[in-house]
Design a protein around this ligand. Sequence first.
Ligand code: NDP
Ligand code: OXD
Length: 311
Amino acid sequence: MDPILVAYKSDPVRGAVWHDVFRTEAPDMKLVDWDPAGEAASAPYLVAWTPPENLAAAMPKVEAFFCIGAGIDHLPIAAFPPGMDVVRMVDPDLTASMVEYVVMAVLALHRDLPFYVEDARAGRWQARPLRRAADRRVGILGLGVMGQAVAAGLQAFGFPVRGWSASRKSLAGVECFAGGEEREAFLAGTDSLVCLLPLTEATRGILNADLFAQLPKGAALVNVGRGGHLVEADLLAALETGQMSGAVLDVLAAEPPAADDPLLRHPEVWITPHIASATHPAGAARQVIRGIRALRSGQKAENTVDRSRAY
Ligand code: NDP
Ligand code: OXD
């Protein structure tokens, strides 16, 4: 029987791991690197972060697109072939890396690290009052796969955790808020805000002056969602007035940012180059193999996206 063709269009270094996993764990499948003029173009399955332009024409037999990341906001979903499944990445290692990053960021802001780093560089030796974790309420925008895992990670340090999502959740020890009508109450009791929303038309620009004004004075922000969630000028203004006390931003509107982006050298802002988490290739390859097997047996692949919801 002919092998099941799977096209791979992504980083070649990580690709070596993908090839290894497919070779050893899916001998009935053939992973082929993307080549618009080669056999990849006739594959029914595509693994990529960005698909080729005009996917329907580039891969006329494509049935399912496996996105290598968790977020799918960069995809031209409306222009995709109508019946094609879109599957996003959900992987324990991807989630674990996100938990590490957010816990690190919330703790760094909680323990005033940005100030101590600045102080040390300026030769200052001065202690700030110590606040108990129990007295710092952390609010998570987005209680999906990542948000729920992050909530558990933060609870372990004794932070009171609350979260906000579109549909109501019930999570042990987490105060859950849902929908636009409960957003204000959620924000009013949040001292450190973590954004783990997907970027959609409903969430674009959500981290803006209006939202910052609804947080208690001196609140802190951790944005690991997307740069498009944050109105950067509004954050700068809120830092200036003291409404916000600091921020850790892993994602920015422009990546990389312009060399003169005022956020880059702001003493109260820490920036990282979109590394909060990343897909780990071996686990990701196994998820795709499981997904293809499910599709071949007439089931849905796990983590198939509801295309009408766009996340
Ligand atoms: P999920 O889809 O599992 O969770 C998204 C959550 O956001 C859900 O709880 C959902 O609510 C909620 N939500 C969506 N829209 C709204 C809205 N309009 N109002 C209120 N709540 C809303 O996603 P993940 O947890 O897997 O990932 C979240 C995001 O994290 C990704 O989309 C990506 O942008 C980002 N990410 C960033 C990385 C980085 O390295 N910086 C790495 C990986 C992901 P409901 O549950 O009711 O649907
Ligand atoms: C993702 C990311 O969405 O890395 O997976 O941002």
